[in-house]
Design a binder for this molecule. Structure first.
Ligand code: SF4
Length: 68
């Protein structure tokens, strides 16, 4: 399980992530992503990685949970 995160200093709001990961990301009225479900299941991870690699601003990332 990993978590989806946006670097707001980089995101330019073109919404590619919302198109590629519509079950997890929607868009606000300005086009910026709204992460509705940050937790990414193992089944969705390959699609999430595709969205991360497709982000033109390098603003989207997958974070691994901290180990305790
Ligand atoms: S694809 Fe990247 S730059 Fe575009 S809205 Fe998503 S996080 Fe922001």
């Amino acid at each position: 399980m990993s978590r989806l995160a946006v670097d707001w200093t980089r995101c330019d709001g073109h919404g590619l992530c919302a198109r590629l990961l519509s079950e997890h990301v929607s868009r606000d009225e300005f086009g910026f992503p709204v992460i509705a479900a940050a937790e990414i299941s193992d089944a969705d991870e390959s699609q999430a990685r595709l969205a991360v690699s497709a982000c033109p601003a390098l603003a989207l990332r997958l974070e691994q949970p901290a180990r305790t």
